[in-house]
Design a protein around this ligand. Structure first.
Ligand code: HEC
Length: 123
């Protein structure tokens, strides 16, 4: 009788640890995926200002910060509307064939819009 109890106890213990191990594994899996997603999310949700600093500021100044290869863009929105800004950034050579500004045709539409919104809100 004692022997049987010990066995049942052992079996119960084994079952418990097995379940614990399983739930641990299951709990780990969903945690990994969201953390991968959040790792890539900030890159997609960069603000116009961040995008401008990363892609444009080496050539363009805004409020005295940035490069001098291209014109200062602090007041650009008072001269160009959002649509022509987008057109220009996507394909500067269309408006000025001799421009030194590179084309940003491969910039995702959301990023382009964020940059143009940023430029539009400066004035
Ligand atoms: C390698 C340097 C360089 C980079 C990078 C660059 N530009 Fe330019 N950009 C220029 C130059 C040079 C001009 C002036 C040429 C012209 O007027 O055609 C210019 C002109 C412009 C103009 C027109 C200005 C005006 O007075 O009409 C806008 C708007 C502009 N850039 C926006 C941007 C934005 C937004 C980015 C980033 C996505 C960017 N540029 C990145 C060099 C650059």
């Amino acid at each position: 009788m004692r022997c049987n109890h010990a066995l049942i106890l052992l079996a119960a213990l084994f079952a418990l640890t097995a379940t614990a191990a399983c739930t641990k594994n299951d709990a780990n899996r969903p945690v990994e995926k969201p953390s991968e997603q959040t790792a890539s999310a900030p890159a997609q949700k960069q603000t116009g200002e961040q995008l401008f600093k990363a892609k444009c500021a080496q050539c363009h100044k805004i409020k005295d910060q940035g490069g001098v290869v291209g014109p200062d863009l602090t007041a650009i929105a008072s001269r160009k509307d959002a649509a022509s800004l987008q057109d220009f950034i996507k394909d500067p050579k269309k408006q000025n064939p001799s421009t030194a500004m590179p084309s940003f045709a491969d910039l995702p539409a959301d990023d382009l819009k964020a940059i143009v919104d940023y430029l539009g809100n400066l004035k």
